[in-house]
Design a protein. Structure first.
Length: 156
């Protein structure tokens, strides 16, 4: 991808999780293992909060720094089980995300971050540069933003 100056832009340049993001990792349970910062919308897309856009097509989700994104982390659920979840990082935003953030970033297990979509490269999705997209979470459509937890339901 190219930025507004015509220079090549990569996810390493992202202010959300890139090298200049000043991300502070939330300390996870030791069983989570090593964590990485991961962002949504995906860093390598035009919808990313870190993608600078172009003069002709500015990015409506652009943020100046990753702290403008919803802050999340992976941890054990705290119910005595071995279950994990994505939880609100309330170290700064004590009430959690407001729901108006243009992006999200989370501390997730490194192995999950490195292997996600590994078998599904973008050409297999037939996505072209600049294509819009949406994400669904089958089994979670019944969840609401007011729920503190939400259980996956088998579909089909």
């Amino acid at each position: 991808m190219k930025n507004s100056a015509g220079s090549t832009w990569t996810s390493d340049n992202s202010v959300v999780c890139g090298t200049s993001s000043s991300w502070s990792v939330h300390p996870p349970d030791a069983s989570v293992g090593t964590v990485d910062c991961d962002e949504f919308a995906t860093a390598s897309t035009h919808e990313s909060g870190g993608y600078p856009g172009t003069t002709a097509k500015p990015n409506p989700n652009l943020v100046k720094k990753g702290t403008e994104c919803a802050q999340l982390f992976t941890d054990k659920m705290g119910d005595g089980s071995a279950n994990f979840g994505i939880l609100a990082d309330t170290r700064t935003a004590t009430k959690g995300p407001t729901g108006t953030e243009r992006c999200g970033r989370a501390a997730i297990p490194r192995v999950q971050n490195q292997m996600a979509f590994n078998g599904f490269p973008a050409p297999a999705w037939r996505m072209l540069d600049g294509d819009g997209f949406f994400v669904t979470l089958p089994g979670f459509e019944h969840c609401t933003s007011t729920a503190t937890t939400c259980t996956w339901r088998k579909i089909g």
